[in-house]
Design a protein. Structure first.
Length: 276
């Protein structure tokens, strides 16, 4: 029997009738920020953050959010180190590294790398080490740290924004046509409660105005790998994309192609699946 619909205000979640606060169970899946840092005294640190994402791609910029440490009654070590040294590294957490990632969540005054049982790999631009077992790692320079006041001690949080200055990708995860093999990597993502998921199937679906030869999904154009080619350089370039979109809109209304074809294509999508 279906449960009745629920409405509640977050400040009154205890009156919702739910067993647990479900907020983090709704914003899913969330990529994991497995962050390595080095303190100003030279101690390495490693920890996972479930509130993590990219912020921009030009230049590549990411962010992770660290909530107040109840154990140490201050900002998390990763936040403190990123703020004080201006550097940190993001390491992709995968299905194969799930146990190590979880072990590194232990709050301690020691180096979490040996606790997690992962290998340190040297970075080339920044000081903090990388997780050698990760398929992809980003070396980052801290751009800014934003403090958000919470309604409780653990609710206080710090948003750490970093510019990606170097990227490492293991060759075994690069396909013959030069793409990142997501299914082979099986990145982890956080759900709610104690739940996680891993990417085991994907499907392709281009936006209606996307050219057929566009592989990357970059709407700013450019497939050559040249950073200049990914930017709008003139008003004419932007107008061309607008013209293409308007043409597809007109065709869709006339029933000839565009969105109608797009829906048929979507309906016929095949999932690419990996078993882990």
């Amino acid at each position: 029997m279906a449960q009745p619909d629920i409405f509640y205000e977050p400040a009154k979640v205890e009156k919702s009738g739910l067993a647990h606060d479900p907020f983090k169970s709704f914003v899913i899946p969330r990529p994991i920020g497995w962050i390595s840092t080095t303190s100003k005294d030279g101690l390495d640190n490693l920890g996972p953050f479930s509130q993590f994402n990219n912020v921009s791609f030009d230049p590549p910029t990411i962010m992770f959010i660290g909530h107040q440490s109840v154990y140490k009654r201050r900002s998390k070590d990763s936040v403190v180190n990123a703020r004080e040294t201006g550097e940190f590294v993001w390491n992709m957490a995968t299905y194969d590294t799930k146990v190590a990632m979880n072990a590194s969540s232990l709050e301690t005054w020691d180096d979490e790398f040996p606790i997690a049982g992962v290998t340190k790999a040297p970075s080339r631009v920044v000081k903090p080490p990388r997780v050698a077992e990760s398929p992809v790692t980003f070396e980052c320079k801290t751009h800014s740290v934003i403090r958000i006041q919470g309604d409780s001690l653990v609710g206080h949080s710090d948003i750490v924004i970093g510019r990606v200055v170097a990227i490492h990708v293991k060759g075994e995860y690069i396909t013959p046509d030069g793409l990142f093999d997501v299914l082979k990597a099986a990145p982890l993502a956080r759900l709610g409660y104690h739940q996680y998921t891993a990417i085991t199937h994907v499907f392709d679906m281009k936006m209606p105005f996307m050219p057929d030869d566009n592989v990357s999904g970059n709407i700013l154009g450019g497939e050559t790998g040249d950073s200049d080619s990914t930017l709008y350089k003139t008003r004419d370039h932007r107008s061309e994309d607008e013209r293409r979109f308007e043409e597809r809109e007109r065709n869709a209304k006339s029933g000839t192609q565009g969105r109608i074809e797009g829906k048929e294509e979507v309906a016929g999508e095949e999932f690419r699946t990996a078993h882990i």
